[in-house]
Design a protein. Sequence first.
Length: 162
Amino acid sequence: MAELKGDYRKFMDKNYLGAWDVPDDGDLILTIDRAARDDIKNERGTERKLTIHFVEDFKPMILNATNSKAISEACGSTKVETWAGQRIAIYTQKVTAFGGTTDALRIRPYKPKETKAFCENCGAEIEAHGSYSVNKIVTMSKAKYGEALCWECAQARKEAAE
């Protein structure tokens, strides 16, 4: 069985994206699938909130006014129906809230730079695979195997471990 690594909150049954889901070494680059209004349960009961859902296999994100404005700037439109297919960069920022300092999710107000990544095993350029973006493949392979691997090398390591 693989050893768990990372913030304990990653392993809790959380329904929405949290600061703990953002990699320590950079932004989380995701593609918006759609905007929605979801019923969110909290200490005050249930509230209907604006959320974004992603193409990649990630939990949706609850939006506040700050992040909604940043997405509008990054996507060039305040109209939520135009956000689908747009890539955004999510990062964390320390904020004062709820009587203390906490990590908050933030959206960069510009389109993320698409950087190339190369497999640390075979040297090939890492490419998206199905619904997995390059960033997602790099993040997952680093978390599981300790290095950035292309899809093929990650699958070979998985098979070798089984």
